[in-house]
Ligand binder design. Structure first.
Ligand code: FES
Length: 101
């Protein structure tokens, strides 16, 4: 899948991958603002992104552990996800994600 991250510096970064999590893909490509401090176990929220409403519906709502983490984050919106919990697959091809920081 090819996806685009919009960083907080308003740069758009296109990355491509076919396995692992979206957080891993972002970190491998040095996407600024996606740190993945906890290694992808849903406990740091340094992989927070915003989705468009349509993409959010396609990707699906966060599981309970993830929504608990997001509740603690002041930048969270109803279209927030922690991208370590999103697998890279064809389903997300073409999507654009905004780094929430
Ligand atoms: Fe820590 Fe996603 S990498 S919550």
């Amino acid at each position: 899948a090819k996806v685009i991250f919009i960083t907080q510096a308003n740069e758009s970064v296109e990355v491509e991958g076919d396995s692992g999590s979206l957080m891993e893909l972002a970190v491998q490509n040095g996407v600024y603002g996606i740190d993945g401090d906890c290694g992808g176990v849903c406990s740091c929220a340094t992989c927070h992104i915003h989705l468009s409403p349509e993409d959010f519906d396609k990707v699906g709502a966060p599981a309970e552990t993830e929504s608990d983490m997001l509740e603690l984050d002041d930048n969270a919106t109803e279209y927030s996800r922690l991208c370590c919990q999103i697998p890279v697959s064809d389903e997300i091809d073409g999507m654009t994600f905004t780094v929430a920081g």
